[in-house]
Design a protein around this ligand. Structure first.
Ligand code: ATP
Ligand code: MG
Length: 418
């Protein structure tokens, strides 16, 4: 029996003229994902679906590929199907459909559960097929009744569906639809840089942007120094490693927060947290220029902590020209935690971590004004450009590709590692 993976994309179908470009990118992202798990399989479009050819893999390998592909942004749902090539079976030209009945009987026996109901769904994309969809559904349901223990049909809310799809290329049969995450394929809507901290919020924010088609890189301001030898074990690096299963290729820039901290220590300034936020934005903007990122992303959530006020958001926005996106602004914490569990990030994100924001301010200012902060910065942090340069000069860069570290570099290194 031949297998294939059939992929449906929902939203992409709405994209009008851009549609072909989006579908092309989705196929490319699917190919990359498959390659990352060792499969050089063909991925091609037929009408409004994408087919993955499975040359000679075991069913288990094929099922694993389905669950990996389900994480690729842009996919509405997908299925592992049994495939009857039209060139061999000629069902549309009126050849006997007994092989479909035989397979359905086999699948019925495999899937039967006491007390459950079933339904058969037939779709004919090629109307030359000699039977109407309804007649074929009835005929296949009769086969199921006769050859298995299934005894109850529920057309709308069946526990088990049997799907048959007749197209001019071939006929697919399957029993299981796996939901994808929807959205748009990575790299179709631009590049963003995400401010990544040690909590639950910013990794979920990054995932949301990737699922909206963005390529995502990361920047973290670290309170401690990590040598290149142990950096992979660092919580932040492990979060990026895990996220890169979805984002594909992602860079992580780790910069020290110490220079800014020292500068603040010398002053006795109120507003230290919001001043730091502005500093993070400015350092990030320099990196964004280098990597061609169109926006900065944070995990800010309105009112979640005392500092996350509209005033402070505004003060941070005014520090740089690039837009700052906050995809979690209106989320409830529970939804964020659920999403992080779904993304297999919950365990790593809940590990204790001393983020520098927590070190800075126990009772941060809830209100701030750009003009006041600007004056403060001019008066008390007059070597601002030096602060930015000193911080950037100590950047450690890691690059992950689908869960694998492919490059690491410390400030001053000529060579790349890995
Ligand atoms: P998170 O759950 O993402 O840690 P949080 O609820 O702890 O967020 P804050 O600590 O106030 O909130 O941080 C708000 C946002 O600022 C974070 O979501 C992140 O985008 C950014 N941020 C905070 N600390 C850092 C850091 N050390 N490096 C980079 N970005 C940071
Ligand atoms: Mg935090």
């Amino acid at each position: 029996m031949q297998y294939k993976i059939v992929v449906h994309y929902a939203e992409l179908a709405l994209k009008g003229k851009n549609r072909n470009e989006f579908v092309k990118r989705l196929r490319k992202q699917m190919r990359k994902k498959l390659k990352s798990i060792g499969h050089d399989w063909q991925v091609r479009s037929i009408h409004d679906r994408i087919f993955v050819e499975i040359p000679s893999a075991s069913k288990k390998e094929a099922e694993q590929a389905v669950s990996e592909l389900a994480r690729v942004p842009g996919i509405a749902w997908l299925s592992l199907v049994h495939w009857f090539p039209e060139s061999e079976c000629h069902f549309i030209r009126g050849e006997d459909v007994q092989p479909i009945h035989d397979l359905i009987a086999e699948l019925a026996n495999e899937t039967h559960k006491e007390g459950h109901s079933f339904a058969v769904r037939v779709k004919r994309s090629d109307k030359n097929f000699p039977m109407s969809s309804q007649d074929f559904e009835r005929a296949l349901a009769t086969t199921i009744f006769k050859n298995s223990a299934w005894d109850r049909v529920d057309l709308k809310h069946a526990d088990q569906f049997f799907y048959v799809d007749v197209t001019s290329q071939g006929t697919s049969v399957h029993t299981n639809k796996v939901r994808g995450t929807g959205g748009l394929p990575v790299s179709s809507t631009g590049r963003v840089l995400t401010l990544l901290s040690g909590g639950f919020d910013s990794p979920v924010a990054a995932w949301l942007m990737a699922n909206r088609g963005c390529s995502v890189d990361f920047i973290h301001f670290s309170a401690s120094h990590h040598s290149l030898n142990d950096v992979e074990g660092y919580k932040i690096a492990r979060i990026v490693k895990q996220l890169s299963e979805v984002t594909g290729r992602s860079r992580l820039f780790i910069v020290p927060y110490t220079h800014f901290d020292m500068a603040l220590l010398e002053q006795d300034l109120d507003y230290d947290l919001i001043l730091f936020r502005r500093f993070m934005a400015r350092v990030s903007e320099r990196i964004m220029d280098e990597i061609n990122a169109g926006a900065l992303v944070t995990g800010d959530n309105l009112g979640q902590v005392a500092s996350q006020t509209l005033e402070n958001i505004n003060s941070m926005n005014r520090a740089i020209e690039a837009p700052i996106l906050r995809p979690l602004l209106t989320y409830n914490k529970e939804d964020i935690i659920n999403k992080s569990t779904e993304l297999d990030l919950f365990e790593v994100c809940r590990e204790p971590y001393k983020d520098c924001c927590a070190l800075i301010s126990k009772s941060p200012r809830t209100k701030s004004k750009h003009v006041v902060l600007e004056k403060m910065e001019a008066e008390h942090l007059s070597d601002y450009e030096d602060l930015i340069q000193d911080t950037l000069a100590e950047t450690t860069t890691l690059v992950y590709n689908y869960g694998e570290l492919v490059f690491k570099k410390e400030a001053g290194d000529e060579d790349s590692y890995v």
